[in-house]
Ligand binder design. Structure first.
Ligand SMILES: NC(=O)c1ccc[n+]([C@@H]2O[C@H](COP(=O)([O-])OP(=O)(O)OC[C@H]3O[C@@H](n4cnc5c(N)ncnc54)[C@H](OP(=O)(O)O)[C@@H]3O)[C@@H](O)[C@H]2O)c1
Length: 257
């Protein structure tokens, strides 16, 4: 496993995020770490969050970059608004926010109709209410010239047998993002939904699950960097699909993943 990252062929050269501050919620997660590294490579100050200090300490030691700030944050926590207020107090209104959160739950793979009420409610809380609470707290913390993006999976569009609860929340949060984008509609930050295919992440690689054809997590970050800069060819489009490593992000869904 390597921590070196390189600009993919489809990406613009020279995206400069110097002077910008981007919050990556879930920045110590698999995709979040790649996004964090790519934003740092672009010159941004990155505030990466996790729910435990131990994960933040591990991330800070691995990334070892003076522009990385780590911060505990649980979007389901009672003190969310206070944490966001403190963040804005320290950094000013943010130039970008990335919501990179996911929770597969404890129920394992099972048919949708086999979920208990408790399993269903836990999945909705962890994957849907969490994103709602993140948007509600964080949209006001972004500068009007800035952006907020939710990273999501292609299960938001296609059937996902065995993981129907996660897929249902993915579809719901895709809908949520598109609605917020219209409600904010030019009077606030740009709002993006980035739907991802299979990503190569550190936790997956540590678990021995990897495929060179999958998208490196940092490539997601290079796309996000262009959105923060407002310079990418998709900067004016809400919905993006990034499911093919070589062709990069697209504004339309692929015919198959
Ligand atoms: N990996 C893929 O192949 C893939 C494919 C398509 C889409 N995605 C999308 O990428 C995003 C991240 O997925 P991942 O693969 O990186 O998952 P991951 O490695 O399991 O990371 C999930 C992250 O979510 C954070 N999180 C969960 N609940 C939270 C809460 N209540 N408050 C704050 N943070 C919370 C976790 O924080 P802690 O660090 O505190 O645990 C963790 O950093 C998701 O939106 C997912 O849909 C991933």
């Amino acid at each position: 496993m390597t921590d070196t990252i390189s600009l993919p062929a489809w990406a613009q050269h020279g995206t400069d995020l110097s002077g910008k501050t981007v919050l990556v919620v879930g920045g110590a997660g698999g995709v979040g770490e790649g996004v964090t590294r790519a934003l740092l490579a672009g010159g941004a100050t990155v505030v990466a969050t996790a729910r435990t200090q131990a994960k933040l300490d591990d991330l800070a030691a691995r990334v070892d970059d003076p522009k990385l700030v780590v911060r505990p944050l649980d979007v389901m926590g009672a003190g969310l608004e206070e944490v966001v207020d403190d963040l804005v107090g320290d950094h000013g209104l943010l130039d970008g926010v990335v919501i990179a959160i996911a929770d597969w739950g404890d129920q394992g793979r099972k048919g949708l109709l086999d979920h208990t009420d408790d399993e269903w409610e836990a999945l909705v809380a962890a994957n849907q209410t969490s994103v709602f609470r993140a948007y509600r707290a964080l949209v006001p913390a972004v500068a009007p010239s800035g952006m907020i993006a939710q990273l999501n999976g292609f299960s938001s569009d296609i059937p996902f047998p065995g993981a129907g609860g996660v897929a249902a929340s993915a579809a719901a949060t895709k809908s949520m993002t598109r609605t917020i984008a219209e409600e904010v509609g030019g009077r606030g930050p740009r709002v993006y939904e980035v739907i991802l295919g299979m990503i190569r992440t550190r936790p997956r690689q540590l678990a021995g699950i990897d495929d060179p054809a999958w998208i490196p997590s940092a490539d997601v970050g290079f796309h996000v960097a262009e959105l923060v800069a407002g310079s990418g060819r998709l900067a004016g489009t809400v919905l993006h699909y990034f499911v093919d490593r070589d062709s990069g992000p697209r504004p339309t869904a692929p015919t198959r993943p």
